[in-house]
Design a protein around this ligand. Structure first.
Ligand SMILES: [Zn+2]
Length: 83
């Protein structure tokens, strides 16, 4: 099966399917050859977002990661209690 060539949307570098980072957002499939290019793209994209929407999105995302910390802390507490 021939491997599909893909162009990084941030820097234009050509790479092969299965490599790099693929993210679906805003109804589009975005391909990046590296995490650094993905980060650069999203940092630039933030500039074009409505400030109110951005505030909501940042708060919701912070909350989600905070919940993950809490879950991990709970799990490690239970593990210590089980010892
Ligand atoms: Zn790139």
């Amino acid at each position: 099966m021939p491997t599909k060539k893909i162009r990084c949307v941030t820097c234009g570098r050509i790479f092969y399917e299965g490599q790099g980072v693929r993210i679906t957002a805003g109804g589009k499939e975005l391909h990046f050859h590296s995490k650094a290019c993905a980060l650069k793209f999203f940092k630039t994209m933030i500039l074009y977002l409505d400030n109110k929407d951005l505030e909501k999105a940042v708060s919701a995302t912070l909350q989600e990661f905070e919940n993950r910390f809490k879950e991990l802390e709970e799990k490690s507490k239970k593990r210590i209690e089980a010892l």
